[in-house]
Design a protein around this ligand. Structure first.
Ligand SMILES: Cc1ncc(COP(=O)(O)O)c(C=O)c1O
Length: 695
């Protein structure tokens, strides 16, 4: 049996008694019930209100109309919802809220059918909103509702009934029902007097001729008379939810620590199974604070992240370590990928998207003529160096900065005195790298042209490549990049610009474009895929043709998702001037760090281009201070550390709220430092020394 429960109460704060507000002479809630009853897939309908006396008139109104009505807790809506459902022993429950008098029975039927046909535990058309606000439908198995009722603890989970379900993709099979068009910007729900006015206008226009009017009728009307929607267009989607998320944050701050049982248990299991726990140093909890860093996510969307224990955070940290330049689960990129999946992502033939992407990359970088692909940054840098060595028939690589995990790079530490200290990690062992590669990779520092001149002189006629990022922590000194170019020309070395992190940050292309430098090869990954694996090696035709004189070939470099995601990401990036946005947001964060540190007497050093900003605490215990910051920001609902990688989904409001939380946190850190209480304040382990790159 599929039971529909319409949740309603009189004591709504923004628009009291809205359920009983008249719409064309009938209570609003009755208008909604009228429409729900037209759905074919609902077997029984009940209104669930509270036991509070204020809801007596609502109960009365339902009774007069022969509508079943049950009562329960005013505050713990999840308990009310569950207790009502339990009375009817349904297999599935459909949840509707009583402020949606434009509910569409066809949408209801479609979401329920999608839920049942696919065997989901919880299904909604609001997980990835594409329907107008006010047409939300949620369907869940009763036993899953029961589990949520038993386990949910946060205020938002109790007040909004279903967050525990949709935040636990690890526990429940979630179904996301999407419309054909994104209409999520439309507001058809009733929270404010202006919303009620909007709904009354729609009923006044449509009801007389078509009492069973549908969403499509409303859309057609709004197309003809768009001014009808202007009355309530200033309100935000889901304001009620935002308020209770604030409450969650307060509860966490009061509790002083997060509930992380599932996350910590999985971390322990992973350490047994996966050497190093994860595949990327920068995502290891010990880079933040083991014991308090959640480590795993169940869901990410925009700048929001949910961990395995249902805690929700705003991510002001490393943005997927620079991969998610637009934001998490970007709908435009995901849509393109979904389409690619529907058409098959791999077969015995090649995908045309890789040619389209090659054209686009060469259009953005007119000096480049040819392109090869890989799927990760490290892989593509291995490809680039192989091509450079093949093209020059030489072995030696002069490099600056970090470029990946491969043998050619780690060879720098073979027999050398910590050559990678300052570029990657101090004291890193090149274990597993053939000793025969000793002397083939030689580092130089950014902005120190003399060091590169010395390498070029010592290895006259031997340099295969000069490998570097165009910019990283500090901007190039005047003439530095031009002199690097001249040395490459003079020695015949291939100039490889590693744009894996710097590219698509301050502009929609390689950072080298802004410096007017033309490399021979440029390498992109991270940002161009917005979270989907893709890497591109672009270059001058004669250099790139060397790829055919060696063997560079791999099965999954031909799949379709990577280039599809890159095309969608780059197009959106260019269209929306994402580079400008990232630079502005990043600068606001850098300025905020400096101002707050000064205000609280903390010594920090800020570096990095604004979209990829970082700072370090100065003094005797920088890593303990970093971990205290991580811990205190987590308690306030932020994933935050000493790096900030901007995403297009970060808004000024996110930055304002983050800086105001950081203001409190810096005050606490300064106080702990002053009183010698830093170590005692830590609930987890101090951070391990991580990646340091050339300053
Ligand atoms: C400049 C640069 N090159 C190469 C890499 C390696 O990329 P990946 O982690 O995808 O292998 C990185 C990663 O941080 C990077 O920043």
């Amino acid at each position: 049996m599929n039971l529909a429960i319409v949740q309603a109460r009189i004591s709504s704060t923004r628009l009291p008694a809205k359920a009983l507000a008249p719409v064309l002479g009938r209570f609003m809630i009755l208008r909604q019930v009228e429409r729900i009853r037209e759905a074919h897939r609902i077997d029984r309908l009940v209104v669930a209100t509270s036991t509070d006396a204020s809801d007596d008139p609502l109960v009365e109104a339902c009774r007069e109309e022969g509508i079943e009505c049950e009562r329960g807790s005013l505050e713990d809506v999840l308990d009310r919802f569950y207790q009502v459902a339990r009375k009817y022993s349904p297999a599935h429950v459909t949840r509707l809220t009583g402020d949606c008098p434009l509910t569409d029975p066809e949408v209801l039927d479609a979401v329920i059918a999608f839920h049942l046909d696919n065997g989901f535990d919880y299904t909604s058309n609001a997980l990835e909103p594409t329907f107008p606000d006010g047409l939300d439908v949620e369907v869940m198995r009763f036993n899953c509702l029961e589990r949520a009722w038993r386990e949910a603890r946060l205020p938002s989970e109790r007040e909004h009934v279903t967050p525990y379900l949709y935040h636990h993709g690890d526990l429940f099979r979630l179904g996301s029902y999407r419309g054909e068009r994104d209409l999520s910007g439309m507001r058809w729900t009733v929270d404010e007097p202006e919303d009620l006015e909007f709904v009354r206008r729609i009923y006044a226009r449509l009801y007389a001729a078509t009492p069973s009017f549908r969403m499509t009728d409303v859309l057609a009307l709004l197309e003809q008379e768009p001014e009808l929607a202007s009355v309530n267009s200033r309100f935000q989607r889901n304001e009620g939810m935002q308020k209770s998320l604030e409450k969650d944050r307060e509860v966490r701050t009061m509790r002083g620590s997060l509930h992380l049982a599932k996350s910590l248990a999985l971390q322990a299991r992973a350490r047994e199974r996966i050497p190093g726990m994860t595949q990327l140093l920068s995502k290891r909890p010990d880079q933040f604070s083991t014991g308090v860093w959640p480590g795993y996510f169940s869901r990410a969307c925009g700048v929001e992240v949910w961990d395995l224990d249902g805690n929700r955070y705003i991510d002001m940290s490393i943005g997927g370590i620079g991969a998610n330049v637009l934001g998490y689960a970007d709908s435009e990129v995901d849509e393109a990928v979904r389409c690619a999946i529907a058409n098959g992502t791999s077969c015995s033939l090649n995908c045309p998207e890789e040619v389209e992407l090659a054209d686009l990359l060469c259009e953005i970088h007119p000096w480049a003529e040819k392109v090869r692909y890989a799927r990760t940054g490290g892989e593509s840098m291995a490809v680039a160096v192989r091509i450079a060595r093949a093209a020059t028939e030489r072995d030696t690589v002069a490099f600056c900065g970090y470029h990946g995990w491969h043998d050619w790079y780690l060879a720098a530490n073979l027999g050398a005195d910590d050559a990678l200290g300052g570029h990657l990690l101090t004291g890193l062992s090149p274990a597993g790298v053939p000793r025969g590669l000793a002397g083939t990779a030689i580092p130089f520092h950014y902005n120190r042209i003399g060091e590169l001149e010395t390498i070029a002189a010592r290895h006259d006629g031997e340099l295969a490549a000069i490998v570097m990022e165009p910019i990283r922590s500090a901007p190039p000194e005047p003439g530095f990049l031009e002199q690097v170019r001249k040395i490459a020309d003079r020695t015949g070395a291939v100039l490889v610009m590693d744009e894996i992190s710097a590219g698509f940050r301050q502009n929609s292309g390689g950072a080298h474009l802004t410096f007017g430098i033309e490399p021979d090869i440029a390498v992109f990954s991270k940002a161009i895929g917005n979270g989907y694996p893709i890497a591109a090696v672009i270059g001058r035709g004669d250099v790139m043709d060397a790829a055919q004189r060696t063997f560079i070939s791999s099965t999954y470099w031909t799949e379709r998702i990577g280039p599809t995601a890159a095309l969608a990401t780059i197009r959106k990036h260019r269209r929306e001037n994402t580079g400008g946005h990232l630079a502005r947001i990043g600068l606001r964060v850098q300025t905020g760090w400096r101002e707050l540190a000064t205000a609280h007497g903390l010594r920090i050093e800020v570096g990095g281009i604004p979209p990829l900003s970082h700072f370090s605490f100065q003094g005797a215990q920088p890593l303990a201070l970093k971990s205290l910051l991580v811990q205190l920001m987590l308690q306030r609902g932020y994933l935050a550390s000493t790096s900030f990688y901007a995403m297009a989904a970060h808004t000024d409001a996110h930055v304002d709220a983050y800086l105001s939380a950081l203001d409190q946190v810096f005050a606490e850190i300064a106080e702990a430092e002053r009183t010698g209480a830093v170590a005692a304040s830590l609930k987890g382990q101090p951070a391990s020394p991580g990646f340091t790159r050339l300053a």
